[in-house]
Design a protein around this ligand. Structure first.
Ligand SMILES: Nc1ncnc2c1ncn2[C@@H]1O[C@H](COP(=O)(O)OP(=O)(O)O)[C@@H](O)[C@H]1O
Ligand SMILES: [Mg+2]
Length: 262
């Protein structure tokens, strides 16, 4: 299964080739650029609640990151800062080289199109079919009509929902609804997929399917940041784990489990 538009795009910057000791030319290791950088970020809501404190985080393009931590730790707030739903009170949030606090309003849609978002409650439009839900994401950004059909078909194929394209959300299982939401997130050909507890409403088997899908998307070069409470999944996959507690990053570990080691 391929997502042509995703694989076509160069997601990594390969540095110049260099000779080895034997004199043969070999590619030097790929230098991955940082897609997301948070510098000393604090977020205080108008009611005085400090949801994030002094957060530093660097996510290179191509990473798969689990964001874990108890309810209220600040996971959703961090994601809202990245999609510029909220602005940081202090510090910098830099997405693909752009400081979101300095971004002129007219450039916000351009930056948002680099991100696909997936939520626990799917957020599908109940009166639209699967195909229409996915197409709507392109219609609102003014994509030319002729490009919408093929892009939607490709996204639906990618999540395995071609057969269900004309069904309405209420006619789908929870897993299928979430796959529709993932197709919608992919249809823009994003650089980053943000998933905020995407398996929170799904049973364990279906949760695994959704995670496998996100892993495949990541293998195609799309960076994935996923907030979750699913300790078994996090521990089994040994990906990068960033743990938040009371708004602070208390752990950032490659190949980590859900809980701190030892
Ligand atoms: N819009 C808001 N206004 C005030 N406080 C908020 C708002 N959104 C979240 N909070 C508070 O910020 C803290 C972090 O919340 P959140 O980012 O939703 O955490 P998580 O996603 O880890 O459960 C919590 O104490 C929450 O009550
Ligand atoms: Mg949350």
């Amino acid at each position: 299964m391929t997502l042509d538009a995703v694989t076509d795009r160069p997601t990594e910057e390969r540095s110049a080739e260099s000779p080895t000791e034997s004199g043969a030319w070999q590619p030097t290791p790929i230098k991955r650029r940082d897609l997301l950088v948070l510098n000393d970020v604090t977020k205080r809501y108008p009611n005085g609640r400090e949801a994030l404190r002094d957060v530093d985080l660097v996510v290179p393009e191509g990473d798969f990151v689990f964001l874990v931590g108890p309810s209220g730790a600040g996971k959703s707030t961090l994601m809202k800062l990245i999609i510029r739903d909220e602005l940081a009170t202090s510090g910098e949030v830099i997405l693909d080289g752009e400081d979101l606090a300095r971004l002129p309003r007219r450039k916000v849609p351009h930056v948002r199109r680099k991100i696909g978002t997936v939520f626990q409650d799917f957020k599908l439009l109940p009166t639209k079919t699967v195909r229409e839900n996915v197409a709507f994401a392109l219609e609102v950004t003014g994509t030319p009509r002729g490009r919408i059909g093929p892009a939607v078909a490709r996204a639906l194929r990618h999540v395995g929902l071609t057969q269900q394209a004309e069904q309405f959300p209420r006619q789908l299982s929870g897993g299928e609804q979430q796959r529709t939401a993932i197709a919608r997130a992919l249809v823009h050909d994003p650089r980053l997929v943000i998933a905020d507890e995407p398996t929170g409403n799904l049973d364990p088997l279906i949760s695994w399917e959704i995670i496998q899908l996100l892993l495949r998307i990541n293998e195609l070069g799309v960076t994935v940041l996923m907030a979750t409470h699913d300790a078994d999944v996090v521990t089994a996959l040994r990906k990068r784990v960033v743990a938040l507690e009371e708004g602070r990053i208390i752990r950032d570990e490659l190949g980590g489990g859900y809980h701190r080691r030892g």
